[in-house]
Design a binder for this molecule. Structure first.
Ligand code: C2E
Ligand code: MG
Ligand code: MG
Length: 575
């Protein structure tokens, strides 16, 4: 018997029994500990042995009631507060012991197990199921739940909710270039930035590898949303440092659904917000943001069908080149052309902003890119032959083309086949090349330089390049993105920014082209700046070969365009 007592006292689970008046009759150490009495001595020697701890007396009241109704309770879990704010989770099995004549309850007996660690594990698992481990933000599942509730509420109060999808650009390139851990740090930085831009009633989540979403309460209309997005953008565009490496900005695109009353399914709301963000990426606007509309849906369907067409038949029928003049702003004299690809598909002209990304994704860009370059070189050679004219030709080259090992060889073949004077050729590349396999890009660029081709950085100011990167490549010309020009009349910041970029570009020895000049008012502001070339609808839209030829002939006859033998530096405009 004594041995049993010893085993009972040392048992790791708690066992105890008490009277209906809550007087403790018997209990082992574990039971007392779990009750929060924290007692080591044998139970019988305790002065307060008969008193249940305050917290347990509350719980035991509940246990007794349940046992009276059901006869016994199984695996009933509760949290027992201990001293100093601590608490333990306890699982209890309890039953009653009747009198010898079975007429009334003699005592209640309970068996207690400490399940605190189990509970913590459960909480951890449920956190993992609903939160993104990397950023700590709610994940897609939890966000979908929140969205479901919002969609219900939005049926009655449509203006009270807005959904924003936030797509980061170039995360995969950043991973490739700086490593995955760096990419993870960037994602954390974005998460903190988004949280800092919203209120407690809003929800922010990471819903895909480089996709975030926000559910906003009471966004104060479309203009309120624009303000919020501007705030987020300005924070994302503030330079920050990760592991001693400074990044100038995080580029992202935003898709908005507002109001949110038209949706029954959370997935379709998220899909449409994502679609709008995708559209924001391809149709450039200053805010990098698109509000979803039904028209957008139609357009997306068409793009999808184009994707199917391009995937199926990689043939080059229907593709051709148009030429947009680059001019001197003071008098509009022709200086160069930019070759731009066009695709005539089913009687419509499809924009390169639509088909180039698809061509890149499907791998078609290799043959399409070479086709465009060859057609352009043939045309340039014709013009060089016919007019002996010092006209430069810009051609766009995709980063994926430039990073291909056999690209320089293919270009060498094209130069031989067409007989073009390559020193008049400028390959336009965008800042995303800095995020590619840079060693490969640099190697190819140097080989192409040896073939006589010049390089121009397109859409300058919109991407990731820092000036230190710029210096690594033999780039001679910067094409300042049209977003700097679009607000020039209204926005003094744009004006100051443009003036500084131009001054810096000139100081560093680049020649400069400003894209997207559409109005006289923009031009007159640009005229204040020396040494610029401009390109834009104000002077010329992209021209067919025939019209470009006529323009060249006229220019040549008027004597504005110099003969090849009279010119040396290919791009510097006459000051
Ligand atoms: P980009 O190289 O920056 O070309 C300039 C784009 O701006 C052209 O659009 C041109 O038509 C447009 N643009 C010129 N002036 C103005 C203006 O004053 N206002 C406005 N709103 N737009 C103006 P496009 O032809 O639709 O080409 C779009 C983009 O597609 C090009 O941007 C380039 O990135 C890409 N692309 C075009 N052709 C090719 C190609 O042969 N190969 C590759 N890889 N990309 C190409
Ligand atoms: Mg270009
Ligand atoms: Mg451009």
């Amino acid at each position: 018997m004594i041995e049993y007592q010893e085993i009972f006292d040392n048992f790791s689970e708690g066992f105890g029994c008490w009277t209906p008046e809550q007087r403790l009759l018997q209990a082992n150490d574990a039971f007392l500990r779990l009750m929060g009495l924290g007692i080591k001595k044998p139970f019988s020697e305790l002065p307060e042995a008969n008193a249940l701890s305050h917290a347990f007396s509350e719980i035991s009241g509940v246990i007794m009631k349940q046992v009276e109704i059901q006869g016994a309770i199984k695996n009933f879990e509760f949290r027992l507060p201990h001293e100093a704010g601590a608490s333990r989770w306890v699982r209890v099995n309890a039953w009653r012991v009747l009198d010898t004549d079975n007429s009334s309850t003699r005592c209640y007996a309970a068996y207690l197990a400490d399940v605190t660690n189990l509970k913590l594990k459960e909480a951890e698992l449920s956190h993992l199921a609903f939160y993104d481990a990397l950023t700590g933000l709610p994940n897609r599942s939890l966000f979908i739940n929140k969205l479901a509730a919002a969609l219900q509420a939005a049926k009655r109060y449509p203006e009270q909710y807005a959904l924003i999808s936030i797509d980061l650009d170039d995360l995969s390139n950043i991973n490739q270039h700086y490593g995955r851990d760096f990419g993870d740090m960037l994602l954390r930085h974005v998460a903190t930035t988004l949280l800092a831009c919203c209120r407690e009633t809003d929800a922010v989540a990471r819903i895909g590898s480089d996709d975030f979403a926000m559910l906003l309460r009471d966004p104060e209309g479309g203009s309120g949303l624009v303000k919020i997005i501007k705030r987020i953008r300005s924070k994302l565009e503030t330079p920050f440092v990760i592991w001693e490496q400074q990044l100038d900005s995080v580029s992202a695109h935003f898709g908005v659904i507002f109001p949110l009353n038209d949706y029954d399914s959370q997935e379709s709301a998220l899909r449409d917000a994502g679609l709008a963000a995708g559209r924001a990426r391809t149709t450039r606007n200053n805010l990098a943001c698109k509000f979803f509309s039904k028209r957008m849906m139609e357009k997306a369907r068409k793009t999808l069908s184009l994707t199917v067409v391009l995937r199926k038949k990689h043939d080059l029928k229907g593709f051709h080149v148009v030429y947009q003049p680059i001019v001197r702003p003071a008098n509009g004299d022709l200086h160069s052309f930019e070759a731009l690809a066009r695709w005539a598909h089913e009687g419509r002209s499809v924009s390169p902003s639509t088909f180039i990304p698809i061509a890149e994704e499907t791998g078609f860009i290799k043959s399409l890119g070479e086709f465009i370059i060859e057609a352009t070189c043939r045309q340039l050679h014709c013009w060089q032959d016919e007019y002996n004219a010092a006209i430069n030709m810009h051609v766009n080259v995709s980063p994926s083309q430039l990073a291909t090992s056999d690209f320089p060889d293919s270009i060498n073949d094209i130069l031989h086949r067409t007989g073009v004077d390559s020193s008049r050729l400028f390959f336009e590349v965008t800042e995303s090349i800095f995020l590619r396999d840079f060693a490969k890009v640099l190697h190819n660029v140097n080989l192409l330089r040896q073939l006589g081709i010049h390089f121009c950085l397109d859409d300058f100011g919109t991407g990731y390049s820092s000036l230190s990167y710029l210096k690594l490549l033999p780039i001679e010309c910067l094409k300042i993105d049209r977003s700097f020009v679009s607000d020039l009349e209204k926005d003094t910041t744009s004006r100051v920014l443009l003036r500084h970029i131009v001054a810096l570009g000139i100081d560093l020895g680049y020649s400069l082209v400003v894209e997207g000049v559409e109005r006289q008012t923009q031009l007159s502001l640009l005229n204040e700046v020396d040494h610029l070339l401009v390109q834009g609808f104000y002077f010329y839209k992209p021209l067919s070969t025939y019209v470009a030829d006529a323009l060249l002939e006229e220019t040549y006859k008027s004597g504005t365009l110099k003969r090849i033998s009279d010119t040396k530096a290919p791009l510097k405009p006459a000051s």
